[in-house]
Design a binder for this molecule. Structure first.
Ligand code: FES
Length: 151
């Protein structure tokens, strides 16, 4: 007997809740602050996490102004989906806009704040925004632990 395929991305119940906002599409097709091949980014903190939900992986690098304790630059890379790419791209903007986000604020950044700036994400894609959020926390922890350059 043939097994019925379970299709996760497009199923019978998808409907409008699966629609991506224009902001999500923009950040997916034109992601900001991606770490380029061979780029020598002067990272002060590095975070890597994997998602138990889907097996995808996220790297986030931060450069910190030691005088102000603000994030002055961010790079990232992922083996992840469109939602993960858009979420991390938006997070990198949020971290570096307005002279850089203070580390104390970045530690408290919530996935919901990123999703709000994206104009929403499908409910089943919430874990994708959590991936960048956890990688950022890991990078900040790395900075606080080692307090200096990692590459
Ligand atoms: Fe894996 Fe989105 S499905 S990060």
């Amino acid at each position: 007997m043939k097994k019925k395929a379970i299709i996760d991305v497009v199923g019978g119940n998808c409907g409008p809740s699966w629609a991506y906002s224009d902001v999500v599409k923009d950040h997916f097709f034109n992601p900001r602050n991606v770490l380029q091949d061979g780029e020598a980014f002067p990272a002060d903190g590095s975070g890597v996490v994997g998602s138990p939900a889907c097996g995808d992986v996220m790297l986030v690098l931060i450069a910190v102004d030691p005088a102000t304790q603000r994030i002055r630059a961010c790079r990232w890379r992922t083996f992840g989906c469109a939602s993960a790419i858009a979420s991390t791209s938006m997070m990198s903007i949020m971290l570096t806009e307005d002279s850089g986000m203070p580390l104390s604020r970045a530690e408290r950044l919530k996935p919901e704040e990123i999703i709000e700036r994206l104009g929403g994400l499908p409910d089943r894609k919430f874990h994708c925004s959590v991936l960048s959020h956890y990688a950022l926390r890991d990078a900040i922890r790395d900075y606080r632990t080692h307090g200096g350059r990692v590459s």
